[in-house]
Design a protein around this ligand. Structure first.
Ligand SMILES: Cc1cc2nc3c(=O)[nH]c(=O)nc-3n(C[C@H](O)[C@H](O)[C@H](O)COP(=O)(O)O)c2cc1C
Length: 200
C-alpha cells in the first residue's frame, strides 16, 4: 500500500502534522510526504518533477510567486492512498489572498505563497478508485472555525476518491502556532488509524 501525504503550510504547523501523520502511516504503508510547492513546475519546464523523496518534503521552493501557478500538475502515479491537508483560512482552504494575508501576519515558510491544496484539486482530473483522507490545522477556539479538511474532502469525493476516514482537524494556539498540547501525538495516532483502515 503506497501513500502520499501532500500538504501546504504557511507557518509550519500543517507541515509538522503532515510528517507525524506520515510517521503513523508508516506503521502499515510505504509513505511519501510532499509539500504542495513540489508539485509546481515553471512554464516550459516539462512535466512535474516526480514526488519521490521520502520523508522530508524539502525540495527547493519556487520563489517570488504569489498567484496560483500556471503549471501545477498532480502526479499521482502508483498512489493507493492520498492524504491532503493544510491550514484552514477564512473557514476553508487557502486562496492567494489569504496566503498573502498570512504573509503579512508573520514570517512564512519559503515559497509558501506559491500554491495551496485548492490549486492542486483544481487541476486534478480524477481520482477514481484512489483512497483519500484529509486534514487541516485550525484555531483553538470554541467559536466556529470552518475546516479546510472538510472542504478538501468534499472535493476529493467529487473527483471520485474513496473516503477512508472522517477529516481530522488539529488545533493551533494562535495563527502562527504552535500546535495545541496533545495535537502532535493525536496526528501520529491518526496516521496509524489511517494505516489500519486502508488495510481493511
Ligand atoms: C489569513 C488567515 C485566515 C485564517 N482563517 C482561519 C479560519 O477561518 N478558521 C480557523 O480556525 N483558523 C484560521 N486561521 C488560522 C490558521 O488555521 C492557522 O494559521 C493555521 O492552522 C496554521 O497552520 P500553518 O502553520 O500550517 O500555516 C487563519 C489564519 C490566517 C493567516
Amino acid at each position: 500500500m503506497r501513500a502520499l501525504v501532500l500538504y501546504e503550510s504557511m507557518f509550519g504547523n500543517s507541515a509538522i502534522v503532515a510528517r507525524l501523520i506520515a510517521d503513523g502511516l508508516a506503521t502499515g504503508c510505504e509513505v511519501t510526504v510532499a509539500d504542495i510547492r513540489e508539485m509546481v513546475t515553471e512554464p516550459g519546464a516539462g512535466p512535474t518533477a516526480p514526488v519521490t523523496e521520502p520523508g522530508t518534503g524539502t525540495t527547493a521552493p519556487v520563489a517570488g510567486r504569489t498567484a496560483a501557478p500556471a503549471r501545477l500538475t498532480p502526479a499521482l502515479t502508483d498512489v493507493d492512498l492520498l492524504v491532503l491537508g493544510g491550514p484552514t483560512h477564512a473557514f476553508s482552504m487557502s486562496r492567494p489572498a489569504t496566503r498573502a494575508d498570512a504573509a503579512r501576519q508573520g514570517p512564512i515558510r519559503d515559497g509558501a505563497q506559491t500554491a495551496g491544496i485548492r490549486d492542486f484539486l483544481d487541476r486534478m482530473p480524477q481520482l477514481a478508485g484512489v483512497r483519500v483522507a484529509a486534514f487541516d490545522t485550525r484555531s483553538n477556539t470554541p467559536l466556529p472555525t470552518g475546516s479546510a479538511g472538510r472542504k478538501a474532502m468534499r472535493r476529493l469525493r467529487g473527483l471520485g476518491g474513496r473516503q477512508v476516514l472522517e477529516p481530522a482537524s488539529f488545533r493551533v494556539e494562535s495563527a502562527q502556532g504552535p500546535l495545541a498540547p496533545g495535537e502532535e501525538a493525536r496526528a501520529r495516532q491518526w496516521g496509524e488509524t489511517l494505516a489500519l483502515s486502508v488495510r481493511r
